[in-house]
Ligand binder design. Structure first.
Ligand SMILES: [Zn+2]
Length: 85
């Protein structure tokens, strides 16, 4: 089973946080210029992403890759809960 199939089967798209709320404190994320957050980004992220959002509550910065990682973690969790066949 591929990750895409797992995501579809368990409807994980609907259960991941949308790109709108902070995962830490549930603050409403705001668009932020890349220049403002650049210094806090891992090098790969700085290179690969152009759109960022920031939580006004805790200051955490989000980009699409961080949600992809979360989705992947969720999929791994689901897979690890499957009983051995
Ligand atoms: Zn926050």
């Amino acid at each position: 089973m591929t990750v895409a199939e797992v995501v579809r089967r368990f409807d994980l798209y609907g259960s991941t946080a949308p790109f709108g709320r902070c995962l830490e404190c549930n603050g409403v994320l705001e668009d932020v210029a890349k220049a403002e957050v650049e210094g806090r980004l891992p090098p790969r992220t700085r290179q690969d992403f152009e759109e960022f959002r920031r939580c006004p509550g805790c200051g955490r910065v989000y980009w699409k890759g961080s949600h992809y990682d979360r989705l992947r973690d969720l999929v791994e969790e689901v897979l690890s809960e499957r009983p051995p066949s």
